[in-house]
Design a protein around this ligand. Structure first.
Ligand SMILES: [Zn+2]
Length: 174
């Protein structure tokens, strides 16, 4: 198990992967694609994550949750580091994550807009309407319209399906 000088990195990674995202609680950090690395330094676990977008208020909550769950499992003094480059893109949400979003009635993001690398800060425009038609997660209709640029969190928009008339959330691509 965990000794003073060598931490069980695979076990710690399993715990870190399973931590839920506070904004999209049906997704784990692994589903969301924000877990960069789990390593051991001087017997302490170090978890590196990439925040989903600049200034994401969920980041502190994720770090707290990671430290709590790791300490519960015997990994005392775990550190959480953030790595902001390369910037997270919604393309990193795994196929399993997209399946879970859909199952929760949330439309997964489409392909992220192309980025030009190495040109300084990445401009993020969370207010733009989806570039393509978003399929209704309930009936699959493409006849949908955005009703609010922001859902419960800044990374989501609200849409309404004109076929089944149900409102639904949509994770923006960026
Ligand atoms: Zn529908």
């Amino acid at each position: 198990m965990v000794t003073a000088m060598t931490a069980d990195v695979p076990a710690a990674r399993q715990i870190a992967e399973a931590v839920a995202d506070p904004e999209l609680p049906m997704l784990t950090l692994a589903d969301l694609g924000i877990l960069r690395d789990v390593t051991s330094e001087n017997g302490h676990i170090v978890v590196t994550i990439t925040p989903t977008y600049s200034g994401c208020p969920a980041l502190r909550e994720i770090a707290r949750d990671l430290q709590f769950r790791l300490s519960q499992a015997g990994f005392a003094g775990a550190a959480v580091r953030t790595q902001i480059a390369p910037a997270w893109t919604s393309d990193w949400i795994t196929a399993e994550g997209r399946r879970k979003l859909h199952a929760a009635g949330i439309a997964p993001p489409g392909a992220a807009p192309a980025r030009t690398p190495a040109r300084g800060p990445v401009p993020l425009n969370l207010t733009t309407a989806p570039r393509d038609r978003v399929a209704c997660p309930r009936c699959g209709s493409l006849d949908t319209v955005q009703t609010a640029a922001f859902g419960a969190t800044a990374c989501k928009a609200l849409l309404r399906c004109r076929t089944c008339h149900e409102p639904f959330e949509y994770v923006k691509e960026f």
